[in-house]
Design a protein around this ligand. Structure first.
Ligand code: NAD
Length: 342
């Protein structure tokens, strides 16, 4: 594997993954609309940047590509509900088409980073493994599941297809997201001494550090095809299966200063704990703890390299882009604003 195509590379996972790939000597072509800014990936001689919509992928995007990591998505439940058509087009249809184009273009491997959210609600005594019946509750989770179902049948002896069901991710990344559980808790606790916690706290959720998630994707680039082809793997670790109330207390204990719990929302209907034995049997380990994430986010907040802005809340940012586009359309004349001539 020499040249890797990464879609959605300007996002939370991608801006952590791409520097790791480059560090390890891969050549990387990235394709993204860069909704969150085009300045989050540093220039590198082995990095090629293509600004394009993944719904318009073409055969030439796959020229010389050995493997694809298909991160692109509308990436959470609230955004998936508000932008349903785009979510189905991007998270499902565009990713299945990407896998088809990759195969036709001669790539040998295709990795779909999916989500443990497709387990939806599971009884608390169960640790969901890859054979557990799924229960996707949201448009986002349903589109991920359809993408899995669309790409897995493409696997054959020349084309290795792997689905990674990632736990909810946490930790610092250049495209920061404070709409993820541990990150949002850490910000509230650090900024105001109030840690936001979704009711009722008994719900189970699995977490994984963003660097561990990126390392799982890189691991799959070289893992023996016979052991992974056509397979689904949960990505995370048993130590990061949490009931949300207890997780909130751990985060509160770790953030410097006094922190109180601020409950919000109606009781959450999603609850699942996940089994990671299958990926661990390959030799992969997710090693970072919630505290590791809390520490690095607090450090980044302290030194000013991150902050909670609308750009770090995925739904708020997509809404803002939609609303600004309307304002521009209503106001511009012949493509110009204050600079019009003649
Ligand atoms: N972050 C998590 O907790 C988590 C957990 C499980 C699975 N995942 C999955 O991992 C993937 C990446 O998540 P993330 O947190 O990095 O998301 P993100 O929102 O930070 O990044 C998504 C990227 O895709 C780009 N994009 C969106 N639509 C596009 C389009 N039509 N064409 C081109 N680019 C487009 C955006 O500009 C952005 O850079 C997603 O598939 C998500 O479902 C994430």
């Amino acid at each position: 594997m020499h040249t890797i195509l990464v879609t959605g590379a300007g996002g939370y996972i991608g801006t952590t993954l791409v520097p790791l790939l480059l560090e390890q000597g891969y050549r990387v072509r990235v394709i993204d609309r860069f909704f969150f800014g085009g300045d989050l990936l540093e220039d590198h001689p082995a990095l090629e940047v293509v600004r394009e919509d993944c719904r318009r992928l073409a055969p030439e995007h796959f020229d010389g590509i050995d493997a694809v990591i298909d991160l692109v998505a509308i990436s959470n439940d609230p955004s998936g509900e508000e932008f349903q058509t785009a979510t189905w087009e991007i998270n499902h249809a565009a990713r299945v088409r990407c896998a088809e184009l990759a195969k036709a273009g001669g790539a040998q491997r295709y990795i779909l980073p999916s989500s443990c959210s497709i387990y939806g609600f599971q009884p608390p005594e169960l640790r969901a493994d890859e054979a557990t019946a799924t229960n996707p509750l949201t448009t986002y989770a349903k589109a991920n599941e359809r993408a899995e179902q669309g790409v897995l049948p493409l696997a054959d002896e020349d084309f290795c297809v792997i689905v990674l069901r990632q736990a909810t991710i946490f930790g610092f990344s250049p495209r920061m997201r404070f709409d993820l559980a541990i990150n949002g808790m850490t910000f509230g606790a650090w900024k105001e001494g109030r840690l936001p916690l979704m009711r009722d706290g008994d719900q189970w959720r699995s977490m994984v550090h963003v660097r561990d998630a990126a390392e799982a994707q890189i691991f799959m680039l070289t893992a023996e095809s016979d052991r992974i082809n056509g397979e689904i793997f949960n990505v995370g670790s048993d130590g990061n299966n949490y009931q949300i109330g207890r997780l909130g207390q751990r985060v509160a204990d770790r953030v410097p200063g006094d922190v109180e719990i601020a409950w919000y929302g109606d009781p959450d209907h999603r609850s699942y704990r996940v089994c990671f034995d299958k990926i661990e049997a390959l030799g992969y380990r997710a090693t970072r703890t919630a505290e590791d994430g809390v520490d690095e986010i607090c450090a980044a907040l302290e030194n000013g390299s991150t902050d909670r802005t609308i750009k770090t809340i995925t739904l708020d940012w997509y809404r803002a882009l939609r609303d600004w586009q309307q304002v521009v359309r209503d106001t511009e004349l012949d493509g110009a604003m204050l600079d019009i001539r003649g």
